[in-house]
Every structure is written in C-alpha cells, then in structure tokens.
Design a protein around this ligand. Structure first.
Ligand SMILES: CC(C)(COP(=O)(O)OP(=O)(O)OC[C@H]1O[C@@H](n2cnc3c(N)ncnc32)[C@H](O)[C@@H]1OP(=O)(O)O)[C@@H](O)C(=O)NCCC(=O)NCCS
Length: 375
C-alpha cells in the first residue's frame, strides 16, 4: 500500500481562511545532557551528536503529566492571542502519551485552564499529530462551525522510553506547544495542507503493550512492551521519502515552489534527516529552524514548540511563507504551508458579554443537531 498524500486545496471553495493568531510552548525545567547519559549507559556525546545532532533534552518531573505541559503551553498561547480560556470553542491535543487512556488529555487541559465552552478531544498521529490536529481544527473554523480552536502537540516521551535501550532513549525528550486559530479576514493564513498514512509500516515504530492487543499484565511489563520500540534505519528512510512527498504535494496545491518558502519548521527528529530533506528540496539550511540540539525529538510537541520559538525569536517574520513538515509512527506524514502574520490583539469576549455565551451555546446545539441528522 503506497500512501498517496491527501492534499487540501490552497484556496478552498467552501472554507474561509484560517490563521494562527497565537502560539505558546513549555519545556520542563530538568535538562538531561548527552554527558549525563554517558554516565549511566554505554554511549558517548560524540556518538549521539554525530548520528542525530541532539545534545540535550528536557525531562518532565515525575508528577508532571502530559496535560500539565500542555496546559502551560496553552496559557502562553492564549496570552499571545489576547484571549481568555472561555473564548475557546474547541481543544484538540495531539499526543501519544496521554495522561490516561481516558479521560482525554484535552479534557484535562480544559479543566486546568478553565475552558468551559470548549469541545475537547485527543488525536493520535504520533509525530505528525500537531499538523493533523491543526488541519482538523482548520476544517471546523474554516467552515464557520466554530470561531476559535486551540491545537496542542504535547508529549512526555520519557514516560514510554526504555532507558535500557541506548538506540532509542538518547533520541527523545518532553515538551508541549500550542497554537490558537481563528479566521482573520483578508489574511491567507493556512494556505495548503497535505497528509498521508501508511498502516503497513506501523510495526517499525510502536509501543506494543497496554492496549487491547496486549493488555497490561505482569508478563507484558517483564517483556518491556510498555516502551517505545523502533527500527531506526528503516524509519530513517521512510522519514526522508514521506516528508519530501507531502512537502511537494502541499507546494503543488499552493502553486508554489521552495523558492517561495521563507522558513521551514521540520519535525525535529534528527539533523541528518533534516539535511537530507534540505538537499533534496534544494533549500538552504539557513531557512530551517532547528532546536533538536536542545530538545531532542518530542513527537507531537516538536513542531509547535519550534514554531513558537521561531516566532518569538523573530526567525519567522511578518508576511513570511512557512512550511511545516512532519513524519511519525503509523506511519503518518504531513506538511502545512502558511503565511505568517504577527498576532494582533484579538476580539476579546468579556465574561459580561452574554450574547457571546449564547452564541457558544447555539454552536453546541448546532453540533448536536448536525449529529442527529446523520443518524
Ligand atoms: C537511531 C539512529 C540515530 C541510529 O543510527 P544508525 O546510523 O542507523 O546506527 P545503527 O543503528 O546502525 O547502529 C550503529 C551502531 O551503534 C550502536 N549504537 C546504537 N545506539 C547507540 C548509542 N546511543 N551509543 C553508542 N552506540 C550506539 C549500535 O548498537 C550499532 O552497533 P553495532 O554496529 O556494533 O551493532 C538512526 O537510525 C535514526 O536516526 N533513525 C531515525 C529515528 C527517528 O528519527 N525516529 C523518530 C521517528 S518520529
């Protein structure tokens, strides 16, 4: 099964334009360096750096769950957008490390930030999760079904990392990134998205234990099935090919070439993968925002954290065309092209604005009406 990217039209005939109006990110305080790892396992800073580009990663505290990281990133994004939590109509959290199977991590975030008007759910597309969630939310905002969505990529990979497997544990870290989206009249915002999946390759990167296939037992724990497993070399090959494919598809839909792209936010898995992509796309590394040396691979959090850092550092300038691209377990891959505009103070909705609350309730009714029409 060769996955064909599903591309979404650059100028959708039925959707209004949708923009990111605020970003935020959070990295846990504790930093684990390659030198720290070399003290406790058979590895070296030199091996990790030359194979991956990673020098250090952030590790969440034992009492910090994914939703704690996500909620902090969400608060920062809300501040940048000039919105309050009750202005949110939807929260989607992309993660492979939910706090629990259920409730969803998005519902935990809702409670933590007080987003009482939001519909909340999780989405799982591994490292492509943030871009898949962004496109999902874009469909809701673009259709006019909702006004404001919060999209989060958050992962506490240290919780599923096998610290006895030196081939994987050196690669990953913890963090969360968030983006708030709305329609901004006259702004192109998200221009095109391409997404692809190939379920035939799922076995190359997975966590086999704990689900309905291998429910948790003393034996599954003994067999270390509750840790991430990866065939590194095969994943490497897939990563390069799949990201190239979705990036080209998104560019084609937007009638653009790499020459039109000012900044690239690639999934931050491995510097060698990013260089290979840059060479094949013919785009110089200066256009690529890189933070994997400080963060490692944070799965769904990698792209939104890099996006937030790049925006705040001025790497992404007002009017820049930005290409984000990711690949991950599943397998999944995604690419999103957007025009970046500086966040402007948003239309805030005060608690006194009763009419807005009524709109929110009406939207909720619209969800249920539409759903009942379907059955
Ligand atoms: C994981 C990865 C860095 C390994 O690099 P590689 O060049 O493929 O290395 P290999 O797997 O061939 O291992 C080479 C040797 O290094 C050893 N090695 C593995 N991890 C090591 C470590 N942390 N320190 C030192 N040596 C290590 C291996 O045991 C192997 O030794 P051997 O030749 O004696 O058997 C690389 O395959 C990769 O980046 N893959 C993609 C992973 C990825 O991006 N995953 C995220 C998906 S979202």
């Amino acid at each position: 099964m060769k996955a064909k990217p599903v591309a979404h039209e650059s100028v959708p005939k039925t959707l209004r334009s949708v923009s990111i109006i605020g970003t935020g990110s959070y990295l846990p305080k504790r930093v684990l360096t390659n030198a720290d790892l070399a003290k406790v396992m058979d590895t070296t800073d030199e091996w990790i750096t030359t194979r991956t580009g990673i020098k250090e990663r952030h590790i969440a505290a034992a009492d910090q769950a994914t939703s704690d990281l996500a909620a902090e990133a969400a608060r920062r994004a809300l501040r940048q957008a000039g919105l309050a939590a009750e202005d949110l109509d939807m929260i989607i959290v992309a993660t492979v490390t939910p706090d629990m199977f259920f409730p969803s991590t998005a519902c935990f975030v809702q409670k933590a930030i007080g987003a009482g008007n939001a519909v909340c759910f999780d989405l799982e597309a591994a490292c492509s999760g943030f871009l898949f969630a962004l496109e999902t939310a874009r469909q809701y905002v673009g259709s006019g079904a909702i006004t404001t969505a919060l999209v989060i990529g958050a992962d506490k990979l240290s919780a599923i990392t096998d610290w006895e497997d030196r081939a994987t544990c050196v690669l990953f870290g913890d963090g969360a990134g968030a983006a708030i989206i709305r329609s901004r009249p006259g702004v192109r915002g998200i221009i095109a998205t391409a997404m692809a999946s190939d379920g035939n390759l799922g076995h190359l990167l997975s966590m086999p234990g704990g689900g309905s296939r291998n429910p948790a037992t003393a034996q599954t724990v003994k067999d270390r099935l509750h840790f991430l497993k990866m065939a590194g070399k095969e994943v490497f090959k897939y990563a390069v090919g799949s990201m190239l494919s979705v990036a080209k598809e998104a560019l084609k839909k937007a009638n653009m070439t790499m020459a039109d792209v000012d900044c690239v936010i690639p999934h931050q898995a491995n510097m060698r993968i990013i260089r290979a992509i840059g060479e094949r796309l013919g785009s110089p590394m200066e256009k690529y925002y890189i933070n994997l040396d400080r963060t490692g691979n944070m799965s769904a959090a990698s792209i939104p954290v890099a996006l937030d850092e790049a925006v705040r550092a001025g790497f992404i300038k007002h009017g820049a065309i930005v290409l984000m691209m990711a690949f991950g377990g599943g397998f999944t891959s995604g690419a999103t092209l957007l025009e970046w505009r500086k966040p402007e103070p948003s239309q805030r909705v005060s608690a006194k604005d009763v009419s807005r609350v009524r709109v929110s309730n009406a939207q909720k009714r619209r969800f249920s009406t539409n759903a009942s029409n379907l059955w």
